[in-house]
Design a protein around this ligand. Structure first.
Ligand SMILES: NC(=O)C1=CN([C@@H]2O[C@H](COP(=O)(O)OP(=O)(O)OC[C@H]3O[C@@H](n4cnc5c(N)ncnc54)[C@H](O)[C@@H]3O)[C@@H](O)[C@H]2O)[C@@H](O)CC1
Ligand SMILES: Nc1ncnc2c1ncn2[C@@H]1O[C@H](COP(=O)(O)OP(=O)(O)O)[C@@H](O)[C@H]1O
Ligand SMILES: [K+]
Length: 516
């Protein structure tokens, strides 16, 4: 997996990272002191001494972090109240040790005790949350949210209480924090929805866990970032030529629905494919050809003709689906594309055409397992194709759902959305979250398909291509800003690449002396 720096740890993996660190000589109470200090620092960064701080501490080590933060904030002149959910004599281990160092009163938690707080430290539940929240803990979470509504700043320790760190799910009810301070690495639940909407600003604090533990923990999920994209995007070689940058084929729909494939084709070219050909039904040739300059056009009439075209091994990546139409003709085109050694990207109608018979698609995909194949469903296409599978229905998160789909289809699956998840069939996964909400516009998905095909044509692996494409796509949308239409995305790619490969490069408009 590239970019270990962006690994996301499940709560189980985080527990193992803690254990390995403790076993190699750093006492747990030292980790807890560091965690509590990071929380106190986060409070002190924005609120002055003298502010009233209510720390809501729970029965486990998350509460222990809260006791440490309470002590350090009191030492720095904050007016701290410690509200405990549970009984002090039930605290154990490091949490009991942290509580023993707190010399102020331990007040039994009650919702009304939050009145007048400037800052609420949510140290109720973290990684240990293992069931839906009810009773007093629920009342305290509701009270913390009500305090936020009255203007208090809520700083969550590790996770907003009620959010499952591994899945991002709300377990009954959850705190909505202004900031969450987590330790060592982010967790999937900080990035998957709805968890991401609850955690506010995310601060990742070093608490003394060495990076070396990752070699043992072997986390299986990363957050896609610029480093990931930089590593995954093939860089053209000086000695290369357009043929060594690959030749992508995008299959177009009929005369009235060529736009989607044209968007994908242009994106494949902008992503860096050496050549791109639109395979067009004869009736659409005139419109496709008139609208294409650098993109080439070939007449391809049906599945047998596509197979003939693709017999030329130089066509090393093919994308199908955008604007193709739903039905038997599209199924045949897909099966023809899958029957050879090139990379295949399936989107939109290529997926929906198999919704009545997903096993037919999966069988064809299994035959080519090991070759690059990417499926890019949005939620609707995903449930049409995978919704019948028990492993998908029972998966606790989008991350696990997408992994189950990748295993069933023997392909890389990219499930779109604000929390786009990319899963490989071996369990590797990535979450991409850089897309602004204005990316949700007609044709944006077609562009993503083209970027993936363009990266595959250049030789990127299917998983790396899909994850990096999602990031580039989000970066392009950010570059364009509100008002974006799908056509803009490809035009923003040169700017995105310029900054990716030269972090000092200014945005294009700024370089030209313009205002952004
Ligand atoms: N040594 C370590 O393992 C470290 C742990 N740290 C902190 O420890 C936290 C994890 O601590 P724990 O594993 O003790 O777990 P938590 O403190 O998150 O919660 C576990 C406690 O909550 C109870 N509980 C769980 N779900 C509940 C529900 N729905 N209703 C009522 N009670 C519920 C459990 O029975 C248990 O008593 C992390 O989130 C982090 O804040 C940090 O101090 C860093 C070091
Ligand atoms: N709320 C959102 N925030 C950010 N990106 C989003 C959001 N909703 C959708 N997207 C992205 O917008 C694109 C829409 O693609 P898709 O649904 O296939 O549309 P189309 O078929 O019109 O191209 C995807 O890349 C998806 O991840
Ligand atoms: K918490």
């Amino acid at each position: 997996m590239p970019a270990a720096a962006s690994a996301l740890l499940t709560t189980v993996e985080m527990g193992e990272a803690d254990r390995l660190t403790i076993a190699s000589g750093t006492p747990g109470i030292v980790l807890m002191e560091n965690a509590g200090r990071a929380v106190a620092d986060a409070v002190a960064r924005r609120d002055p001494p003298g502010s009233r701080v209510a720390v809501v501490a729970g029965p486990g080590n998350n509460g222990g972090d809260g006791f440490v933060a309470a002590r350090l904030l009191a030492e720095r002149g904050f007016r701290v109240t410690l509200l405990l959910v549970g009984s002090p004599d039930r605290l154990k281990g490091d949490a009991a040790a942290a509580a023993a160092r707190w010399t102020g009163p331990v007040v039994p938690a009650a919702p009304e005790a939050l009145a007048g707080a400037h800052v609420v430290v949510d140290a109720l539940f973290g990684a240990g949350l293992d069931r839906p929240v009810e009773g007093l803990p629920r009342a305290m979470i509701e009270a913390m949210n009500a305090a936020a509504g009255q203007g208090a700043r809520v700083v969550a320790v590790d996770l907003p209480s009620g959010i499952n760190g591994t899945t991002g799910a709300v377990m009954g009810v959850a705190v909505t924090a202004e900031e969450s301070v987590t330790f060592f690495r982010g967790k999937p639940g900080h990035w998957l929805l709805p968890g991401r909407l609850h955690r506010g600003r995310l601060t990742v604090a070093d608490i003394g866990i060495p990076d070396a533990v990752l070699a043992t923990v072997r986390p299986r999920c990363v957050l896609v970032d610029a480093d990931f994209a930089r590593e995954a995007v093939p860089v053209p070689r000086l000695a290369g030529h357009k043929y060594s940058r690959g030749h992508a084929v995008v299959v177009s729909g009929g005369a009235s629905t060529t736009g989607a494939a044209r968007l994908a084709a242009r994106a494949a070219l902008r992503a860096g494919a050496g050549l791109v050909t639109l395979a067009s039904p004869p009736d659409a040739m005139a419109v496709v050809a008139a609208a294409s300059l650098a993109v080439m056009v070939r007449a391809v009439d049906g599945a047998a003709a596509l197979a003939d075209l693709l017999a030329d091994a130089r066509f090393n990546a093919v994308a199908l689906g955008p604007g193709l139409g739903v039905g038997a003709a599209t199924r045949d085109l897909v099966l023809a594309a899958l029957a050879g050694p090139r990379a295949v990207v399936l989107d939109a109608d290529a997926l929906t055409s198999f919704s009545g018979a997903p096993e037919d698609l999966f069988a064809a995909l299994r035959k080519r397992a090991g070759q690059a194949t990417v499926l890019t469903p949005h939620d609707g296409e995903f449930s049409r194709l995978f919704g019948h599978l028990d492993a998908v229905r029972e998966a606790p998160s989008k991350l696990d759902r997408t992994r189950a789909a990748a295993r069933a289809a023997a392909a890389v699956v990219l499930c779109k959305g604000a929390d786009t998840v990319i899963a490989d069939l071996d369990g590797r996964a990535a979450i991409n979250t850089n897309a602004p909400a204005h990316l949700a516009t007609a044709g944006a998905g077609d562009v993503l398909t083209g970027i993936i095909a363009g990266l595959c044509a250049q030789g990127a692996g299917a998983f790396e291509a899909a994850a990096a494409a999602a990031w580039l796509h989000g970066a392009a949308a950010t570059e364009v800003g509100p008002g974006l239409i799908a056509e803009d995305l490809s035009e923003a790619m040169p700017s995105v690449y310029a900054r990716l490969f030269d972090p000092l490069a200014a945005p294009r408009a700024a370089r030209a002396g313009g205002l952004r």
